[in-house]
Design a protein around this ligand. Structure first.
Ligand code: NAD
Length: 291
């Protein structure tokens, strides 16, 4: 089993680090937040007093941080100067494609192997060890990172070169944001047309309007498998995180001149939702604003 540094033990990283410890790894954990560090200790990780202390001697260095600026800072302040020469650097945070590419280039310039490996699946999947990882980096770096990621997830997929994991993640979530809004709109319209929501679900879920947003995460309470709609839109995938991902997708689209009118509209609608009652709700709660 390996010695692993894990930096960023929040909602996602806490469960991920715990699964690595459960799988027998020696996990040296660090977070600026003491409560997060205590929780990791209870889950079998060894708390470190700094990122540098966690990194020293580690075969794999995993980060799960809020945004690109945090990743770039941790890499510049600790990872680049203290990683063992053969260590694999794995950033699982969702960050902008440009920063992911910059980090990959800076690692390569120092002779270090790095991958961007953002996840699909939320806090429940992080705790259960059933995340999907989409990985950007060389074939060699992917092969080094895969066994560590497999201990935290159900699928590990090589997306392409450095930055491709982040590209896949934001394109996937752009589809998710747009299909959730489309699903919400359709259910709201069906209700106004006098259709019973369950009857409409029975029809659309086996017709061409079917999508993951409908059949795995239906935004209408009491319809489809259990989802945040059944808990008044508490828990799940927070609307501000969906907005974050849509903003990253729009930034990436602008940087390469891609046309994304649906993604842009989805971003506008989620921005308005998050400005109001959506600040603390699951992203499927946007149906409230469309009813
Ligand atoms: P979070 O805010 O709960 O956790 C981030 C942690 O990083 C915090 O504990 C914070 O103290 C720590 N941190 C920040 N700067 C640090 C530093 N310099 N050194 C050490 N620790 C530092 O966020 P989260 O929900 O765990 O999300 C983490 C990443 O995963 C984000 O990029 C997010 O977009 C992505 N993500 C989240 C979800 C989700 O459902 N929460 C799903 C998929 C992807």
């Amino acid at each position: 089993m390996a010695r692993i540094a894990f930096i960023g033990l929040g909602n996602m990283g806490g469960g991920m680090a715990a699964n690595l410890a459960k799988n027998g790894h020696d996990v040296r954990a660090f977070d600026l937040n003491h409560a997060a560090l205590d929780k990791a200790k209870k889950a079998g990780c060894l708390p470190a007093s700094s990122a540098i202390e966690a990194i020293e001697g580690a075969e794999a260095i995993i980060t799960m941080l809020p945004a690109g600026r945090h990743v770039e800072a941790v890499y510049a302040d600790a990872v680049f100067d203290h990683a063992e020469p053969g260590a694999i650097l794995i950033d699982c945070s969702t960050i902008d494609v440009d920063t992911a590419r910059r980090v990959a280039e800076a690692a390569a310039a120092r002779g270090l192997m790095a991958v961007d490996a953002p996840v699909s699946g939320g806090i429940a999947a992080a705790n259960a060890g059933s995340l999907t990882f989409m990985v950007g980096g060389s074939a060699e770096a992917f092969a080094r990172a895969e066994p560590f990621l497999a201990d935290m997830g159900k699928a590990v997929i090589h997306a392409g070169v450095g930055g491709a994991g982040q590209g896949a993640k934001i394109c996937n979530n752009m589809i998710l944001g747009a299909t959730m809004i489309a699903t919400c709109e359709a259910f709201a319209l069906a209700e106004k047309l006098g259709l019973d929501p369950q009857r409409f679900y029975d029809i659309a879920s086996v017709s061409s309007g079917q999508s993951w947003s409908m059949t795995s995460y239906c935004p209408v309470p009491g319809v489809g498998p259990e989802s945040p709609a059944d808990r008044d839109y508490q828990g799940g995938f927070a609307a501000p995180l969906m907005l974050k991902d849509l903003k990253l997708a729009m930034e990436a689209a602008a940087s390469v001149g891609a046309q994304t009118p649906m993604g842009q509209r989805a971003e506008e609608l989620y921005a308005a939702f998050v400005d109001g009652e959506g600040a603390t709700l699951d992203f499927s709660g946007i149906i409230k604003t469309l009813r």
